[in-house]
Design a protein around this ligand. Structure first.
Ligand code: SF4
Length: 251
């Protein structure tokens, strides 16, 4: 995408959602860090379900260490990789107590030195808790950046480096959230919902997905037999057939 198209892409996502943020629930940077660690290869919704009762009683690293690995494992057992994650959360909580007075550090180096914290987790915490202009690339961001031509890359590092370079102000701080939410709810993995995408004319992905009402025959084959019969009857009338075949309004 050209520079002015990149600006317009984010302007439209910003217009549609002026205050984007993470869908992980937390009440302080420590809880956010734990939630992001738990969200690896799991959905935000599943993490929120497990963490609501946990975070109601655990708000600090000291409380987490006192809670203990066995209790934590039980509390998060509905989340994938819960054994390893419980170990990491207890270890990182102990490290925060030992090395940082129980506070979440504000530098990437310190964050990535914690057990279970990689570059993506550090980026999310730096961005969401501390307002840094970081570009965490998860599966949604990777897909949107490649499909659209916004920041194509063979791996997450390449995509992140391109985003660093091309995302303009005033969108740098929230770009990561806009891209995740766009990928999660509109530019979906299996079938992007191009017909309701605010950036459809800027995106290079082809062919664009048509609105369900504009899609041809194959959709109808899944309809109920009653609907199929009604459709067949209508199809025999030339005028009705024309009205059903709506023109494709997508570019
Ligand atoms: S037009 Fe379609 S493929 Fe392109 S960003 Fe929008 S939803 Fe994704």
């Amino acid at each position: 995408m050209r520079r002015e198209q990149v600006f317009e892409f984010f302007r439209r996502l910003a217009e549609a959602n002026p205050s984007p943020t993470t869908e992980l629930e937390s009440s302080n940077p420590y809880q956010l860090l734990v939630a992001v660690v738990l969200s690896a290869q799991a959905t935000d919704a599943s993490v929120n379900i497990a963490c609501r009762p946990l975070f109601a009683r655990i708000k600090t690293p000291r409380q987490m260490v006192a809670y203990g690995e066995d209790a934590l494992r039980d509390a998060i057992k509905t989340i994938g990789l819960f054994n390893t994650k419980a170990k990491n959360v207890i270890a990182l909580s102990q490290a925060l107590i030992d090395d940082n007075g129980g506070e979440v550090p504000r530098t990437r180096e310190e964050l990535q030195a914690l057990p279970g914290v990689g570059r993506k987790t550090a980026s999310v915490v730096l961005n969401t808790a501390f307002g840094e202009e970081t570009f965490a690339v998860d599966t949604h961001v990777f897909r949107v950046c490649n499909r659209t031509g916004l920041a194509p890359g063979k791996n997450v590092d390449e995509v992140e480096a391109k985003l660093e370079k091309i995302v303009p102000q005033p969108f740098r701080r929230d770009a990561h959230h806009w891209l995740i939410l766009h990928g999660r709810y509109t530019c979906k993995a299996r079938l992007p919902e191009c017909w309701r995408c605010p950036a459809i004319d800027l995106c290079r992905y082809q062919p664009k997905t048509l609105a369900p009402t504009s899609r041809p025959a194959r959709t109808a084959s899944r309809a109920s037999s009653k609907a199929r019969t009604a459709k067949a009857q209508t199809a025999s009338k030339p005028k009705a057939s024309r009205s059903r075949s709506r023109p494709n309004r997508l570019p």
